[in-house]
Design a protein around this ligand. Structure first.
Ligand SMILES: CC(C)(COP(=O)(O)OP(=O)(O)OC[C@H]1O[C@@H](n2cnc3c(N)ncnc32)[C@H](O)[C@@H]1OP(=O)(O)O)[C@@H](O)C(=O)NCCC(=O)NCCS
Length: 260
């Protein structure tokens, strides 16, 4: 196995989170590619893990925390680490050491670039990006917001811990309409998929439904709201987790339309 920097030949695969077999990933549009172009100049780094036959099985992406959705100084933050675990497509590469190798390569790279530590996020549930996995790799809790845990590992004694940037407000409903507001940073296909589905549902439901996009790749906009990604219907958030189906989003909007 070897770890390499993301190169142009693998960009499309990276935009698809290695899930080139997935219809849903295709439905998520080109937001990730556009995000990548924007964030490269902000110091975004990405690495891939290749097995002995040269097949890509894992990826990690991280960037200076000053451009991420947490507050901190002189740290890098991991947006996500993903070792392909599905049977489909390239198959399951988990538990063969790729995750550990990706993390340690990212840490070495961040150190070389002068970072004083690495931050990461995880959730307190036993699936998705598990906070417990980072703890096992030597990370400790710096902050918590509901089930989202912010973890970090310091490289130098004078490093200061990161903290969450918390929600400052939620979108206000607009009387006489159903307002669907989608906060989108672009980094995560799951949120990009929710965006695409919500936009499509709104376009089909007529003039009483207003679709609003909040582009949180603009730092000022993100700081104004304290929300990087999220979908709100009349000010009420559709929960975090797997992306809601198109039918579910449409049903929720129609429910609100009936109340007008
Ligand atoms: C967490 C993850 C990165 C680990 O990668 P991996 O290649 O499977 O792990 P490794 O083989 O390098 O193992 C590293 C350690 O983690 C442990 N580990 C691996 N998978 C684990 C799991 N599912 N639960 C608990 N521990 C696990 C291994 O036992 C090993 O422990 P050790 O340090 O004591 O030897 C990978 O399982 C993954 O991608 N999970 C999904 C994360 C996710 O949802 N990412 C998307 C975010 S947008």
């Amino acid at each position: 196995m070897k770890i390499i920097d993301l190169s142009s030949e693998y960009e499309t695969l990276y935009f698809q989170c290695l899930e080139d077999w997935s219809e849903e990933i295709r439905e998520a549009g080109d937001h990730r590619a556009r995000w990548y172009e924007k964030y490269r100049s902000r110091g975004l780094r990405a690495k891939l893990a290749l097995d002995d036959s040269g097949t890509v099985g894992g990826m990690i992406q991280y960037l200076p925390i000053e451009h991420a959705f947490a507050a901190g100084r002189n740290l890098y933050m991991i947006l996500c680490i993903w070792v392909h675990g599905y049977k489909q497509g390239r198959g399951n590469f988990q538990k063969q050491g790729m995750g550990k190798a990706l993390l340690s390569a990212a840490e070495a790279d961040a150190k070389e670039r002068g970072a004083k530590g690495m931050a990461a996020w995880g959730i307190l549930l036993p699936f998705w990006m598990k906070a417990s996995w980072f703890k096992k790799q030597g990370y400790s809790k710096a902050d918590r917001d509901s089930i989202r845990v912010l973890l970090w590992k310091k490289f130098t004694e004078d490093a200061t811990p990161p903290s969450w940037i918390r929600r400052k407000k939620v979108p206000a409903p607009c009387p006489g309409t159903v307002t669907v507001t989608c906060f989108k940073n672009g980094w995560c296909p799951v949120q990009n998929l929710a965006f695409e589905r919500a936009q499509k549902a709104c376009a089909e439901l007529g003039d009483a439904v207003i679709f609003r996009e909040v582009d949180t790749s603009d730092r000022e906009t993100f700081l104004e709201w304290g929300i990087a990604d999220g979908l709100f219907i009349n000010g009420k958030e559709m929960g975090i987790g797997p992306p809601p189906s198109y039918q579910k989003i449409k049903k929720q909007i129609m429910k609100q339309l009936k109340k007008l």
